[in-house]
Every structure is written in structure tokens, then in C-alpha cells.
Ligand binder design. Structure first.
Ligand code: NAI
Ligand code: CS2
Length: 484
């Protein structure tokens, strides 16, 4: 293994914290923190990070604190080559899942140095209807925040409360930068915060609408959750033995709408694409990359595969993904030339084959109800409208349905915020057609054009049965020409 070590060039404590991040998970450490590290090292400035968790993972925060918030990112180009980066850009890591932590986080959000608030709290962390993007104000957590607005538990409540305090103190607002894999993520978070504020104080909602910028962004770097085996492998490859280390692929992309009234780091000098409108990039990434990931997540395990790279050793699956990307996604991405999309597709196939990542299909299968609309269903609608085939997408939907049905039958964890409702909808039903209909009836996930389409119900029922009864290769061969 050929390892390059990149030691941090910044002195911790030298920079004020200009960015507060909510959602201190693996992705934040391996993506945003790396860009900030490079920017601070080369350009300086008061853009250090305060990074917080408001839900899970108090132990990660403690482990980071024990290491003065210094950690390492191991970027695997392949099983032969990796770069180890030391990151010192995080000035503070805090856990805000209790009252003291929440107040400490609000204090940082209201601090005059804070110019930008970034977030990676997963799709479900915003409490939006996945299909429409509307805020689900009746959710218990948001109801809690509406009745205790000074002690909010959700990211939406935290943004509203800290913006309220800034407005009352005559301070400028911060810019809100969502870094989760959602379509129009800035616009969705803006609508959510404004809807929430409206329910509390219409003048606050008005102030947010007029003064706060919510640029959208497209983020991309494959950062799998660390397993025990990964910690051992990283230790073996690099000598680093730390619970805060995170590993990822070498590739990284960040496209951001350039709307930062309070200023921003000079990201454009460090590979970030600053653009006027991110929607074409985000659509391409969500449908091509994430859409392929979800196909692998629900179909790969049927053939016995546990990771993305394992599934890509199967020539039929590789061919199936190419087919999906070029026949069912490319026609929906009208802003790009065919050659660009073809190159993007080939680059993705190569990224998926990186066998140092051990990216678990089960991790990607998580939260399916929050992911399907932007990854597959919008394309399905557009293809259907244009009378084009969407056989790969439909096989994926059948794969997801089979997965939900099997998890319900064995009462295992689906790892999805809609788990209870999905299980209730299909429990007691014996007939596969009825189960398919019951799942399609989830209006927060599937558009009405799908739930009322009888021919689709029949096709999905047939595919769910096939996926359960015959080898995946046979199903793929019957739908698509086999790999040569
Ligand atoms: P992770 O599991 O390491 O971290 C998840 C983070 O979300 C934690 O900080 C957790 O406390 C927080 N969270 C979860 N549910 C929440 C809720 N209801 N309210 C508030 N916070 C909540 O996951 P990771 O890898 O950091 O990914 C997080 C998100 O980042 C993804 O869902 C995706 O949207 C985005 N992302 C991840 C990529 C990856 O490869 N890991 C790549 C591109 C984007
Ligand atoms: C994955 C993404 O977990 C998932 O659903 O599809 O996290 C994926 O790895 C990233 O978006 C890559 O940028």
C-alpha cells in the first residue's frame, strides 16, 4: 500500500469559528472539513468549524474532544494507494442532545462570528414529506419545538430560534447551507424554516423570507460508515489507531449556489464549483449515482452481495446499471450532452468498483422512503409521460417492496422513519397484489399517477414475486440483454 501523509498546516485556535455545522457524522468529517482545512491552510480567515450533533453519537463528540478535535481522513484511491489527511479545522465539537448542549449550540449559532450554518442530518432530519418537500408540522418532534421554541430538538427549530435571537439583537442572519442529498435542498430547508416560523410568529417568518439566504448545494463523496473491520484495516494500512478516523474514496465534489450575503471561504480555489443554479448537477447526481446505489441496495443482496464493490464484480449487474443510467436517467437530464453523461456513468462504475471502501448495501438501503422520490420516482414520471420504458426503475421499486415485505414478515429493523406505518399497512395482507397496492398508496412517497396505475400494480406484483422466487441473474436476463 502506497500511503501519502498530508499533515495539517493550520494552528488550532488561530482562526475564529465562522461556520457552525449540525450533523457531525462521517460525511461532514470527510467532505466539508477537508475543504475547510485546505482553505484555512492556504488562505487563513475566520472560517474554522464548530460541529455539533443534536441526536445520536455523543461518544464521537467525546472522542473528538479527547483528541482536541483533531482527526484523520483516509482517502483510498484503490487498495494500492491512499492519502491520510490530518484535520485541525474543527475548533469545537459539541453534543447538543441535552438542554445544556442545546443552549451552548444556540449560543454558537447566535455568535457574531458565525456567518454560515451547514447541515448533514440525513433526509429524515428535516421532517419533510419526501414526495412534496412540505414540512410535516404535525410530527411530534416539531410539535415539541413549537411548544418549547427556546429549547428546540430539531434542526428546523434550532434554525428558527437562533434566527429569532439574531433578529431581536439586530444582528445580520447567517447563511444556511444544506449539504444533505435532497433535491433543491436549500429551497426545501427555507420552506421548512419559514413554515415553522409562521406557526410561531409571522413577523419572524417574514424576516427570514426577506433576509436569510438558503443556497442549494450538491455534495458528493462516498464515505461509508466505519465498521470494526474498517478500523482494523485503516490501522493496518496507515498506522492510525483512532476511533475518530474516517475513510472515504479519493473523489470529492461540491457544487454550491453562490449566495452568501455574509461572506464565505474562498472555496472556489480548492475545487468547489460556485454556480448560479445547482439544480442540473443535483439532478444528475441524485438520479445517476444515488439512483444506482439504491438499485444495488435492494437488488444486490438477492444475489448474495453485501457491498457495492462486490455487486460490481457481477457483469450482469454492471450492465444493468449502465442500462439504467443511459436508458432511464440520461433522457431525463436534458441539460447535459450525451457524451458528458456517458463519461459520468463510466466514472461512477469505476468509483463503485473501489474495493477498499467496503460500502455496505444495508447502509444504503436505510431510509428508503426518504430517498426513492428524488432517486427514481421523478424519473419514472418523466419517462412515463414521454412514453419511454422504466423497467430498471420498476425492478428497483419491486426490490424495495420485497425488502419492506420481508423485513415486516420477520419483524426486523427496516431502519426507516416510516417503518411503523409501512408495517401496519401490509400486516394481515396475504396477497402480494394487495401489499403492492398498500405500499404504493403511501402518498408521501409515491405520486398518485403510480398508485392509480393498475398496469403498474400488476407489473410490480409480478417483479416482487420473481425477485423472491428466481435468481437475480435470470430476472435481469429476462428484462435486459445479458452482459457479454
Ligand atoms: P452518519 O450516520 O455518520 O451521520 C448522520 C448524522 O445525522 C449524525 O450527525 C446524526 O446525529 C444526524 N442525524 C440523524 N438523524 C437526525 C435527526 N432526525 N435530527 C438531527 N440529526 C440527525 O451519516 P453520514 O455519512 O454523515 O451521512 C449523513 C448525510 O450526509 C446523508 O444522509 C446524506 O444526506 C449526506 N451525504 C452523505 C454521504 C456519504 O457518503 N456518507 C455523501 C453525500 C451526502
Ligand atoms: C448513498 C449516499 O447512503 C446512501 O444512500 O447513496 O450516501 C452516497 O454514498 C453519497 O451520496 C455519495 O456522494
Amino acid at each position: 500500500m502506497n500511503i501519502t501523509y498530508e499533515h495539517s498546516q493550520i494552528a488550532p485556535g488561530q482562526h475564529q469559528a465562522g461556520i457552525v455545522h449540525i450533523g457531525l457524522g462521517a460525511f461532514h468529517r470527510a467532505h466539508q472539513a477537508v475543504y475547510i482545512e485546505k482553505t484555512l491552510a492556504a488562505k487563513g480567515g475566520d472560517w474554522a468549524l464548530v460541529s455539533a450533533n443534536i441526536r445520536s453519537n455523543v461518544s464521537l463528540v467525546e472522542q473528538l474532544n479527547d483528541a482536541n478535535n483533531r482527526f484523520h481522513v483516509v482517502e483510498y484511491a484503490s487498495s494500492e494507494q491512499a492519502t491520510v489527511r490530518e484535520i485541525c479545522a474543527m475548533k469545537e465539537a459539541l453534543f447538543a442532545g441535552d438542554e445544556a448542549g442545546r443552549q451552548a449550540l444556540i449560543e454558537r449559532l447566535v455568535d457574531t462570528h458565525t456567518k454560515i450554518v451547514t447541515m448533514t442530518v440525513t433526509e429524515k432530519g428535516y421532517f419533510l414529506s419526501p414526495a412534496s418537500g412540505e414540512l410535516q408540522l404535525d410530527h411530534a418532534d416539531l410539535q415539541h419545538d413549537l411548544t418549547h421554541p427556546n429549547s428546540p430538538k430539531t434542526v428546523i427549530g434550532l434554525l428558527a430560534e437562533s434566527l429569532r435571537q439574531r433578529r431581536n439583537a439586530d444582528m445580520p442572519p447567517f447563511t444556511v447551507l444544506c449539504c444533505d442529498n435532497m433535491p433543491h435542498n436549500g429551497q426545501r430547508v427555507k420552506n421548512a424554516v419559514v413554515s415553522f416560523a409562521k406557526a410561531l410568529d409571522t413577523s419572524l417568518a417574514e424576516w427570514i423570507l426577506q433576509h436569510v439566504a438558503f443556497p442549494s448545494s450538491m455534495v458528493d463523496r462516498i464515505v461509508p460508515a466505519m465498521t470494526e473491520a474498517d478500523f482494523l484495516a485503516v490501522n493496518r494500512d496507515t498506522g492510525i489507531d483512532s476511533p475518530t478516523v474516517v475513510k472515504c474514496e479519493q473523489f470529492s465534489q461540491w457544487v454550491i449556489e453562490d449566495d452568501f450575503p455574509q461572506g464565505r471561504p474562498q472555496w472556489q480555489d480548492f475545487g468547489v464549483q460556485m454556480v448560479a443554479d445547482v439544480s442540473a448537477y443535483e439532478m444528475m447526481k441524485l438520479r445517476m449515482l444515488n439512483g444506482s446505489h439504491s438499485l444495488l441496495a435492494y437488488l444486490g443482496p438477492i444475489a448474495g452481495y453485501e457491498t457495492v464493490a462486490q455487486a460490481l464484480t457481477d457483469a450482469d449487474i454492471e450492465q444493468f446499471l449502465r442500462n439504467y443510467m443511459m436508458q432511464e436517467v440520461a433522457p431525463t437530464l436534458t441539460s447535459f450532452e450525451h457524451d458528458e453523461l456517458s463519461a459520468y456513468c463510466e466514472a461512477l462504475i469505476q468509483r463503485f468498483k473501489n474495493d477498499s471502501l467496503h460500502h455496505k448495501l444495508l447502509q444504503i438501503a436505510m431510509d428508503g422512503s426518504q430517498k426513492l422520490p428524488q432517486r427514481w420516482l421523478q424519473s419514472w414520471l418523466e419517462l412515463t409521460q414521454a412514453s419511454r420504458t422504466s423497467a430498471a426503475i420498476e425492478l428497483g421499486i419491486a426490490g424495495w417492496m420485497r425488502y419492506v415485505i420481508n423485513c415486516q414478515a420477520t419483524q426486523s429493523d427496516l431502519n426507516d422513519p416510516l417503518q411503523a406505518a409501512l408495517y401496519e399497512a401490509i400486516s394481515g395482507l396475504n396477497d402480494k397484489t394487495q401489499k403492492v397496492q398498500a405500499l404504493l398508496a403511501f402518498g408521501d412517497v409515491f405520486p398518485v399517477q403510480m398508485s392509480t396505475d393498475q398496469a403498474l400494480v400488476e407489473r410490480l406484483t409480478c417483479q416482487v414475486a420473481r425477485l423472491s422466487e428466481q435468481p437475480l441473474a435470470e430476472t435481469l436476463h429476462s428484462l435486459f440483454s445479458p452482459a457479454v
